[in-house]
Design a protein around this ligand. Structure first.
Ligand code: DX5
Ligand code: ZN
Length: 223
């Protein structure tokens, strides 16, 4: 079943706990956590202390997306803080293989991400090392951007490679997913769909309900 992974970047941090409870009550199992360092991307979000403060209260899978230069420096710290999965960018790692290996060693699930302008062929050498590939459908750095439709064909390329190589990584898409386009996004056969603004703006439970309904309608033409 396809998972909807809300991104807490779009949450109201003044009542984060309350909002996360609403996610769990709506059956959400994946929480997308965007960490930005002001170097790899222009903005700065939050880091280990925020993740640590949430860890014990929620059972959701903590899917930590590191938009950080040379993330190998912080793998242990994010695992200690409570990350279940750690995603690093191919563009940010001098030694991607070593970085992914380290994520596995500390007991988290390794994942690799690629920016819109990066071709799938850049990550082929590490596909057998990852549990997930994160396809960015916007330029990383900010929530609330518009999805770049050209990025969606990477999902098909990654599915084909998965089949050819007998691998089992999941495929996640991140950025610009809305109520209007989520059905089409789902129809590409992606496994996990991140949504920030579309989940947190307005009525969270209602938004999740509508987004899940759209996902389940995949294959039917959008109305
Ligand atoms: C962008 C982040 C995304 C973002 C998604 O750098 O990686 O996860 O928060 O937000 P929306 O769904 O609002 O585009
Ligand atoms: Zn993200």
């Amino acid at each position: 079943m396809k998972q909807l992974a809300p991104s807490i970047l779009a949450a109201d941090f003044n009542c984060l706990g309350e909002q996360l409870q609403r996610l769990e009550q709506s059956g959400i199992q994946y929480l997308h956590i965007d960490v930005m360092d002001g170097m790899f991307v222009p903005s700065i979000s939050f880091g280990m202390p925020v993740i640590k403060s949430l860890r014990d209260r929620y059972k959701m899978f903590f899917d930590v997306h590191l938009m950080v230069e040379e993330p190998i420096r912080y793998i242990e710290a994010f695992r200690k803080a409570g990350a279940d999965g750690i995603t690093v960018h191919v563009e940010a790692c001098e030694d991607l293989t070593a970085t992914l290996k380290k994520i596995r060693e500390v007991g988290a699930k390794p994942a690799v991400s690629l920016c819109p302008e990066t071709a799938v062929k850049e990550i082929i050498p590490v596909l057998n090392q990852v549990d997930m590939v994160l396809v960015m459908s916007v330029h990383p750095g900010f929530g609330g951007q518009t999805l770049m439709p050209d990025t969606l064909n990477k999902i098909e390329q990654l599915k084909k490679l998965r089949e050819e190589k007998g691998l089992s990584y999941t495929i996640e898409i991140d950025g610009g997913v809305t109520r209007e386009n989520i059905r089409e996004v789902a129809s590409y056969g992606v496994d996990i769909i991140v949504a920030g603004t579309a989940v947190f703006r307005g009525d969270i439970a209602g938004n999740i309900d509508q987004l899940q309904t759209e996902i389940s309608m995949e294959g039917h033409n959008a109305s």
